[in-house]
Write a new protein. Structure first.
Length: 464
């Protein structure tokens, strides 16, 4: 019965549905649209919420990064001021900041002070230095300071590298000596130059009594006073020319070892004496191209005369400058130099500082060397057997330096040295020349260099 009634009702409804298709369809469409709008609204709300959350989070991250960056900058500035020799690097790993510094290699050393009963070998033995090395180190030091001169209180700075002594520094009150292996793997000792502090003093004094007394009362160092007197005595007579009221200006330096504040030396740089109605005697210290320091007046003329030494030590002159019977040619001929007795390969030295102008074979002279000196002077050395291997044309030569060895090359009867002095191109008598008072006249580039140094000294004094 129940099934029949349902069927009956369904049968009645179907025609109605068929008639109302458009209405149902419209309702369904409306429902679908409503649901779509509702879902879209809900999703839009969620998305906006997520966006706002992300923006907030992004802002926090950026702020965190800025704070972190500022903290890093502040840290590196602090570290830079504290450890200036470290290079700091920034690395980012999982939001962490890492500060790294390069590895610093420090030399490891120990300092031992010599006590009574100590000796060099004994001290090194305490550092497990083997006997062979200890002796080698001791021998190297002995070339500068013999072991018997080591004193109580002297120090030894021993550098250890994996229980191996690389080097040592021997320290006395006056100096430090470094001992280490050279390129040939041999221990060599060298004096470590002190770190110098230079102080300048300018004194303008009115003479009362004598120059020496006036300077001494003003506490001018004795070495400086003696140098002043030696210089100016070439220009004036201290007993006759100097009067009370005359003026003296002294400019000198004091060299101090900054490690122990010990005064090493006083150096006169400039001095002038005004006397006899404003006459002025002035001298400036100047180091020439040969490395020699001397005093010159304002025009570049030296205080001291040129002093030539004999070219052969412990020898006598066998034939002097002048007319003579030539031993080979057999007739009279001008001999324009002095002949020195010398056995084969006797050392020949430069008689004064200069520069090699000629080295080589030169006719009757045989093997020949000519040296240029200041003030238009030259010296020549002839009949040599051979030259020093260490010299060549253009080299600067020091007085007393070996330049060659005696021989009999050229027109010669046997080993000897023919020696000449040439002034402005003219060969002069070497014996008479050594008796002359010849001062150095700076010329050309040397004179220009002197004038620059002179002006520098004047400017330095003006600053005091």
């Amino acid at each position: 019965m129940y099934n029949y009634q349902n069927f009956y009702i369904f049968k009645k409804i179907i025609p109605i549905i068929k008639k109302k298709n458009w209405l149902i369809l419209a309702i369904l469409i409306a429902i679908i649209l409503t649901l779509t709008i509702l879902v879209t609204f809900i999703n839009s709300t969620k998305i906006n919420h997520l966006k706002n959350t992300n923006i907030a989070n992004t802002s926090l991250i950026e702020k965190s990064m800025i704070i972190e960056e500022e903290a890093y900058k502040s840290f590196t500035k602090t570290e830079d001021s504290r450890i200036s020799n470290l290079t700091l690097e920034k690395k980012s790993t999982n939001n962490e900041i890492i500060i790294e510094a390069p590895e610093i290699k420090n030399e490891v050393y120990e300092v031992v002070t010599f006590k009574a009963g100590d000796n060099f070998i004994k001290v090194l033995k305490a550092y497990n230095v083997d006997s062979k090395t200890s002796i080698a180190l001791s021998d190297a030091l002995g070339k500068i300071i013999p072991s018997n001169l080591i004193r109580i209180g002297d120090k030894l700075k021993v550098f250890n590298n994996n229980n191996t002594v690389d080097k040592i520094i021997f320290i006395t009150k006056n100096e430090e000596i470094l001992i280490k292996k050279d390129l040939e793997n041999q221990y060599k000792a060298t004096i470590i130059p002190p770190i110098l502090e230079k102080q300048y003093s300018l004194k303008k004094l009115t003479i009362n009594g004598t120059v020496y007394k006036t300077a001494q009362e003003s506490k001018i160092p004795p070495d400086v006073i003696n140098r002043i007197i030696a210089n100016h005595s070439q220009d004036l007579n201290f007993n006759k020319d100097i009067k009370d009221g005359d003026e003296i200006t002294i400019f000198y330096s004091t060299n101090i070892n900054s490690s122990n504040n010990k005064i090493l030396e006083y150096k006169l740089i400039y001095s002038s004496i005004k006397y006899k109605n404003e006459r002025n005697s002035k001298f400036f210290r100047y180091k020439d191209t040969y490395g020699n320091e001397a005093f010159y007046n304002s025009d570049g003329i030296s205080v001291n005369k040129i002093i030539f030494i004999p070219p052969v030590s412990n020898s006598k002159i066998t034939s002097r400058y002048g007319m003579r019977m030539h031993p080979v040619l057999g007739y009279e001929k001008m001999h324009r130099g002095d002949d020195y007795q010398a056995s084969l390969n006797s050392p020949i030295v430069a008689t004064a500082d200069g520069q090699i102008d000629f080295i080589g074979e030169k006719g009757d002279y045989g093997n020949y060397i000519r040296i240029n000196h200041k003030s238009g002077l030259q010296t020549a050395y002839a009949h040599l057997n051979k030259y020093s291997k260490s010299i060549k044309r253009g080299d600067s030569i020091k007085q007393g330096e070996i330049i060659g060895y005696a021989g009999s090359s050229g027109l010669s009867t046997g080993p000897h040295l023919h020696y000449e002095v040439i002034r402005n191109g003219e060969k002069i008598d070497p014996s008479n020349f050594t008796k002359e008072i010849t001062r150095v006249n700076l010329e050309d580039n040397e004179l220009l260099s002197f004038k620059k140094e002179r002006n520098k000294i004047i400017q330095l004094m003006e600053a005091y």
